[in-house]
Design a protein. Structure first.
Length: 165
């Protein structure tokens, strides 16, 4: 669908510089991405099925912090898909946690992690699956993603995913 938008010249010029730097082919592609991002931001605060990434940077010398992070992840093992832990420097670690659940659940979980003493940075980046933002056909069937490595995988049916929460 086509539509018109009235915008200040300065705002449009700044937007054009950003989309050129990011390599967008045109404004339409950039606007679609901005719209999706905003819709995701709104939808993840609901009970929609959501996947996301929680990023934490923390001071590993803070007493009991690593044990508390692990404990919280074990409490929500149905939502935690995978965790990556990297030592950044002598004092800090980066932890990236892939999660799945409802927006409400993941938001509360991220808040609990970020609020721990010793966490110097934390953020949840959600990617809501519901609300028609992406086509979700093909669930339960083996498929590939068009990559040269040639292996496919199957997604669990919705009922099985719900039981894991």
């Amino acid at each position: 669908m086509r539509f018109g938008v009235a915008v200040e010249a300065d705002l449009l010029a700044r937007f054009d510089r950003v989309i050129a730097r990011k390599g967008y082919a045109n404004r339409s592609e950039a606007l679609r991405d901005v719209m999706r991002e905003r819709l995701i931001e709104e939808a993840w605060r609901s009970d929609a099925d959501t996947v996301g990434v929680i990023t934490l940077v923390y001071d590993h010398s803070v007493r009991e912090l690593q044990a508390r992070l692990t404990e919280l992840q074990h409490q929500l093992s149905g939502q935690v898909i995978s965790t990556l832990h990297v030592h950044i420097d002598a004092d800090h670690c980066l932890e990236v946690i892939l999660v799945r659940g409802t927006g409400f659940e993941l938001g509360r979980f991220a808040d609990r992690l970020v609020g721990l003493k010793g966490v110097v940075y934390g953020r949840l980046l959600p990617a809501t699956l519901g609300h028609g933002l992406w086509r979700t056909g093909g669930k339960g069937r083996a498929h590939d993603h068009g990559r040269a490595h040639g292996h496919g995988h199957a997604h669990a049916p919705r009922a099985a995913r719900s039981r894991r929460r």
